[in-house]
Design a protein around this ligand. Structure first.
Ligand code: ATP
Ligand code: MG
Length: 669
């Protein structure tokens, strides 16, 4: 990690953005959360979060809102007891909303769809809870979930939560190696999987990867006890086929189980799940989330940031459940709030590039939450595709995962949002569990590219090396100064790594109090005090003594009409220390960009930011390496730029991308 300062200097005076968009009057007039929340939280933060916790049903009320006696190990709502699944499912049925649709599930094959009400969900979750119990799973045991995006995935998560067995969802696109390392790390007793799922128009196998992973963990002396298999595609089960001692069909075990299951209250600090981070910056970390604070943080922020009206909204978060966004804003937050939502199995381009927009039109989606990478892909393909569909039901748009470049924000706002919808650019992490920085859609005037300000009850700040808040107009480190309910409790099995990674940069001895949580991201505060995320602190480049942000140079490139996506890295350079290297994907409409495209783009960056940021090298590439959650893996591009062997690619969504890039390099620089 770079130990140099990123405060002040060039970081803070690069690109400028003056456009602001006021909240729509109608939305502001009926917003779930108004400016009052900031004042209330400022006057008594713990009372504010206690009020948010009252949104849930507790079997036993807490004695203490926050126990921060032993930092950095926070406990929230100590003494309180609740069941997460009861809060996400049963209580809605008990309140007479059993017939309300919980999930409009859309399979990738056209016309393969299911409607699941809250009452349906309750029955299936009870059956799955009984089946897991029959397989020997007890409270505290870990269950791995390696699944496509099908309703059974949500059912399995809720069944685990119901019996107090922490789940660890492993993205279905990951290899058997990635699965094996996670199974061993959290010592999973059972794996829930499927024969396969549909991706890009074809069945894609999962079960064989579980068999391979089991063989690997066995050779390391660890065995899972059972594999529970959903039949989704009906495809061949691969060379290992079926192991009667271990494998169990879901439709047998769950299908035959009782639809009644008495839920049990768990301690507020009972582990809910372990989720591994994206691995954008290194080896994934097993992030532990617990029950009461997590559910409070996710349900409150879902209510506040998405302004969900459970009776009229149709909410769609496009994230895979293998990512934290799928946990907090597809499963726990929305279901705790009784939302009706869309869940889609496949890829955005199957069977055609308008598939997402067809789904929006068919279900009348009103709130739509996705990642900048998806928006840039749609920009690349051209606006004709969404323009042909009726997107008029949408009233609010959200973005998560990376900074949204101003150009992508404007496109999202105009083309998808019809210029009437507010955009909430939500900053958070696997570790934070809940959104921490975002506009409130009925309160905050949004600026393209800025996550704006910390939510009520969140003490996020931008500080300098010494931990002092930076003045408006300066850059620094993003930190959180006080605990928040959905914060990670530790790294699974590794308290030391937890302390070292997040709490050693700004310890209490340096900044007073009990220390700050260090997020690893650089940020700046503009002249109005709005927060702009600048990329990972580790990725900040030092060019001839000037500190440059990856995000700002990427945004400058994306603002060129021929560019759809860009990734920037700093590569070692003999004269300047580091040099800016850019990897660029062109829009379809730009063709090959023309002979002078590289020079044209270099000049464009110079004009937008300044000569110092002008890339030494620009490579036109067909694809960029991305994680499952759509984040660009700059560390791999840095390997290419510095002519090194490419590092760990196990968390790439598509590992063949690196070959494509390496092959193309010689010809385009
Ligand atoms: P690892 O920690 O293993 O390197 P990761 O940080 O990519 O993986 P996640 O927890 O999925 O894993 O990602 C969180 C990061 O995503 C944040 O630290 C930030 O860099 C980025 N991010 C998320 N939302 C936003 C946003 N709205 N604006 C800017 N950056 C964002
Ligand atoms: Mg991270």
């Amino acid at each position: 990690m770079s130990t140099e300062s990123i405060e002040g200097g060039t970081l803070s005076n690069l690109s400028r953005e003056d456009r602001t968009f006021e909240p729509p009057a109608e939305l502001a007039a009926h917003a779930n959360v108004t400016a009052e929340a900031y004042d209330r939280a400022a006057s008594d933060r713990e009372a504010f979060w206690a009020a948010a916790a009252e949104r849930l049903d507790w079997a036993e009320k807490w004695d203490r809102v926050l126990d921060w006696d032993n930092p950095p190990f926070a406990k929230w709502f100590t003494g309180g007891k609740l069941n997460a699944t009861y809060n996400c499912v049963d209580r809605h049925v008990e309140a007479g909303r059993g017939d309300k649709v919980a999930l409009h599930w859309v399979g990738e094959p056209i016309e393969d769809k299911r409607t699941i009400t809250y009452a349906d969900l309750q029955r299936e979750v009870c059956q799955a809870a009984n089946a897991l119990t029959a397989l020997g799973v007890e409270a505290g045991d870990r269950v791995a979930i390696y699944m496509p995006m099908i309703p059974e995935t949500v059912v399995a998560m809720l069944a685990c939560a119901r019996i107090g067995a922490p789940h660890t969802v492993v993205f279905g696109g990951f290899s058997s190696d990635a699965l094996a390392s996670r199974l061993v790390d959290c010592q999973a007793k059972v794996v829930v999987t499927a024969d396969g799922g549909y991706r890009r128009g074809a069945p894609s196998a999962l079960k064989p990867a579980v068999d391979e992973a089991r063989a690997k963990t066995s050779s390391e002396g660890f065995d899972v006890e059972h594999v529970l298999v959903v039949r989704r595609t009906g495809q061949d089960l691969g060379e290992h086929g079926w192991d009667d001692a271990v494998d169990v069909w879901w439709h047998d075990a769950v299908g035959s189980a009782s639809t009644e299951h008495a839920w049990e209250p768990f301690d507020a600090e009972h582990p809910l799940y372990v989720m591994y981070t994206s691995g954008t910056t290194g080896k994934p970390k097993g992030i532990l989330h617990t029950t009461g604070g997590y559910l409070t943080g996710t349900s409150y922020t879902h209510h506040a940031v998405f302004d969900l009206k459970p009776d009229t909204d149709v909410y769609w978060c496009t994230a895979d459940v293998g990512w934290v966004t799928g946990h907090s804003y597809l499963v726990y937050g929305p279901l705790a709030n009784g939302a009706t939502q869309v869940m889609y199995e496949g890829t955005p381009d199957a069977p055609n590039k308008g598939r997402w927009w067809d789904i929006v039109a068919e279900y009348g989606v009103t709130i739509f939450y996705t990642a900048p990478t998806a928006i840039r892909t749609f920009m690349k393909q051209g606006r004709e595709i969404p323009d042909e569909r009726d997107l008029s039901s949408i009233r609010l748009l959200g973005s998560v995962g990376e900074s949204i470049n101003p150009e992508a924000y404007m496109w999202y706002r105009e083309v998808i949002g019809g210029e009437r919808c507010p955009i909430v650019d939500t900053w958070w992490q696997t570790e934070t569990g809940q959104i921490l920085i975002s506009p409130l859609p009925g309160v905050t005037a949004g600026k393209p590219g800025s996550a704006m300000r910390p939510l009520p009850g969140i003490e996020a700040d931008v500080v300098d090396e010494a931990g002092e808040s930076v003045p408006n107009g300066s850059g620094g480190y993003l930190v959180v100064k006080e605990p928040w309910p959905a914060m990670l409790r530790t790294i699974w099995g590794d308290d030391d790594r937890f302390k070292e990674t997040y709490w050693s940069r700004f310890p209490g001895s340096k900044v007073g109090g009990k220390g700050f949580y260090f997020a690893g991201d650089g940020a700046k505060r503009d002249e109005d005090g709005a927060i702009w995320l600048l990329g990972r602190v580790d990725d900040v480049m030092n060019v001839s003594g000037h500190r440059l942000s990856t995000t700002e140079i990427e945004s400058a490139l994306v603002s060129h009409p021929k560019v759809a996506e860009a990734a920037v890295v700093g590569a070692a350079d003999e004269t300047t220390g580091q040099a800016v290297c850019a990897f660029v994907i062109l829009r379809d409409s730009a063709g090959d960009g023309g002979e002078d495209i590289v020079e044209e783009l270099r000049r464009h960056v110079q004009k937008e930011i300044g000569a110092i940021a002008k890339p030494r090298q620009i490579m036109i590439v067909p694809e960029l390496p991305k994680t499952r959650s759509g984040k660009i893996m700059r560390r791999l591009l840095k390997d290419v730029a510095e002519h090194r062997e490419v590092g760990d690619v196990t968390t790439l969504a598509d590992s063949s991308v690196m070959n494509l890039i390496s092959q193309g390099i010689g010809s385009s620089n």
